[in-house]
Design a protein around this ligand. Structure first.
Ligand code: 6R9
Length: 592
């Protein structure tokens, strides 16, 4: 460890951080105490939406802005906690009026518009389960997830309904109601859909959240694995204890903060930190309808006087590409804490941030399964650039090796690489993979949850990301399962075999690349490549579809005939790892 890789906070504190001394905070921390900081429901139990909305609307923060939505044209629209309570009450009543039961799944497929946030929180009030889908998905990932989750209600927009849902709706027998926001001024999708605003104005504005067991299911997130279909990750209302604690201790939220999480609610970060954590903290959160644009983002940070920012390495790299001079044109002095998640945050990005913003970026690590931040560079700590930081108080993290026979062995020596494990349970730990108890059990050995990430821990207890133990692709912070992409390419008549990997990319971290072998009678040519790309984009959407397709007559396989993506990866990197002796070893970090 080079001494110069530790960055001191340069600026002094504008506000005293919630966590001042890491060791002291760890020693005195208890999840029970955090739970007592929250309200709980008047009639008993714990409900995320009560903590996020009603608790503030009933108290001194009723007129405080909860959501500041920036529309495409750049205009700001404010929703106070009081107004958010009324709207989410209406949505909960609307679900009730449609005969939706607690536990039923309510999906949202929408760009970032206020209705998305209303639907999310209204669903939680009603005690049905909220599941958000990324609006850039094509029809196939949407269909798979709605089917696996047996979605009963889908909230979407007129445009997305027409483009992506109409064609798959008849294949989804469980989908009883489609609620459409006609946000383009057109008429809603037809008589088989319900108009969002008309529905909400037809029901009452008062709603009392019924008793909610902290262990009642609240959120469903789909995440990608190496094999088969996406996994439905189930979280319960008690997860709010984790959202709240990390909002306070990692994002250091204070009552007057303006917080902006740039992640879309179609991914876990956009729900845990783009909806729940900031509202539970009672701050003002920003939601921007638009996608990334460097000038827009700097402008937004400046004009909204954002104080705490949660973004992703891909966005930072895009800003770095854009150059420091652009940043210099904006007054970014309101920012006091910058944080990041989703992919490795390289040391250069941390240093760049010091230069441009006057503060380092604080990296954080967690997963869909963990529900909230588990490892972080805390605001009061020196940032160790390139490191993910240290475990959240209340979280015990270890580096382990898997041994033959399913046992694990903790690695004590500093700097040794192994798999990151977390001691179960913690409040926001996932409670199930939907309909897949065996897969869930496989994630645990004894008390330990095994994350599938390879890390090392230095002498001072900072964790460093080494890589993933599986073939899942992280592109621009989004998890993509290779199988989902391979299946769609296999539908094409020319394709005999296909293997999909993440090709390293300077900006996105990785981009989806497919290796394809053709059936006899098909010739490799540009027209076919374009046709395959078009097919994949149409079915999967631009985020999941491969950016690159390479034709290769033979793909590397195991003895048993499985395509070995690790060898495609090695081949791509030009690495000498491409050695058949690794072939039949399991994928995990195996003890040597
Ligand atoms: C929140 C989220 C989880 C996977 C995780 C790891 C990668 C997340 C990271 C990081 C390096 C970080 N990851 N944070 N890798 N440094 N700070 O991203 O959830 O989409 O489930 O992805 O993302 O590989 O296992 P999810």
């Amino acid at each position: 460890m080079k001494a110069d890789s530790i960055i001191k906070e340069l600026s002094g504190w504008k506000v005293a951080p919630n966590l001042k001394d890491y060791n002291e905070a760890r020693a005195s921390f208890s999840w029970d105490a955090v739970r007592r900081d929250l309200d709980g429901l008047p009639g008993g139990g714990l409900n995320i939406a009560h903590e996020a909305v009603d608790r503030h609307a009933d108290g001194a923060r009723r007129y405080h802005v909860a959501l500041r939505w920036i529309d495409r044209a750049g205009a700001a629209h404010d929703y106070t906690y009081g107004r958010l309570r009324a709207l989410t009450n209406r949505f909960a009543n609307a679900l009730r009026s449609l005969g939706i039961e607690p536990g039923d799944r309510v999906f949202v497929l929408s760009e970032r518009i206020p209705e998305l946030y209303v639907a999310a929180l209204g669903t939680l009030k009603h005690r049905s389960v909220f599941c958000s889908l990324f609006s850039a998905y094509g029809p196939e990932p949407i269909r798979t997830r709605l089917a696996l989750g047996r979605g009963k209600v889908l909230v979407t927009t007129e445009r997305l309904y027409r483009r992506k849902v109409k064609q798959i709706r008849r294949t989804l027998p469980d989908l009883k109601h489609v609620i459409v926001v006609g946000n383009e001024g057109t008429t809603p999708g037809g008589s088989d859909t319900i108009d969002f605003h008309r529905l909400l104005s037809s029901v009452d504005e008062a709603f009392t959240i019924p008793p909610t067991d902290p262990e009642d299911a609240a959120l469903l997130h789909f995440t990608s694995g190496t094999t088969g279909t996406p996994k439905g990750v189930v979280h319960v209302h008690a997860a709010v204890i984790g959202h709240y604690a990390t909002g306070r201790l990692v994002l250091d939220l204070h009552p007057d903060d303006v917080f902006w999480c740039t992640a879309d609610p179609g991914w876990v970060t956009g729900v845990s930190y783009g909806i729940i954590a900031p509202l539970v903290a009672g701050v003002t959160m920003i939601a921007d309808q638009e996608e990334f644009n460097a000038e827009r983002w700097y402008g937004l940070l400046q004009d909204q006087r954002v104080t705490v920012w949660y973004t992703a390495p891909t966005a930072i790299r895009l800003l770095m590409k854009y150059g420091e001079r652009v940043a210099g044109r904006y007054d970014l002095s309101g920012l006091r804490l910058l944080t990041s998640v989703g992919e490795p945050l390289h040391a250069e990005a941390v240093w760049w941030s010091v230069k441009v913003f006057g503060h380092p970026i604080h990296d954080t690590w967690w997963q869909t399964e963990t529900g909230s931040i588990m490892i972080a560079n805390f605001a009061a700590m020196d940032v160790r650039s390139g490191s993910m930081g240290r475990p959240m108080p209340g979280v015990e993290a270890a580096v382990i090796h898997r041994k033959k026979g399913g046992q694990i062995k903790p690695v004590q020596e500093p700097e040794a690489t192994g798999e990151l494990a977390l001691r179960a349970p913690w409040p926001s730990m996932f409670r199930a993979y939907l309909d897949d108890q065996a897969r869930y059990q496989d994630c645990f050995v004894g008390d330990w949850y095994l994350t599938g990430d390879l890390v090392r821990r230095d002498r001072d207890g900072y964790f460093w990301f080494v890589g993933r133990a599986d073939d899942v692709i992280k592109s621009a912070g989004h998890l993509i399962g290779p199988v989902e992409v391979e299946q769609v390419l296999m539908e094409h008549p020319a394709v005999a075999e296909v293997g999909v990997i993440g090709r390293p990319d300077e900006v996105a971290g990785a981009v989806v690349k497919a290796f394809v072998s053709l059936k006899p009678g098909y010739e490799v040519d540009e027209a076919l490549r374009l046709d395959l790309r078009a097919h994949a984009r149409k079915r999967l959407g631009p985020v999941v579809a491969p950016k690159e397709i390479a034709f290769q007559p033979v793909l590397p396989k195991t003895e048993s005939g499985k395509i070995v993506r690790r060898l495609l990866q090695a081949q791509e990197r030009g690495s000498t790892e491409a050695n058949r002796s690794h072939l039949d070893e399991p994928n995990e970090a195996e003890e040597p």
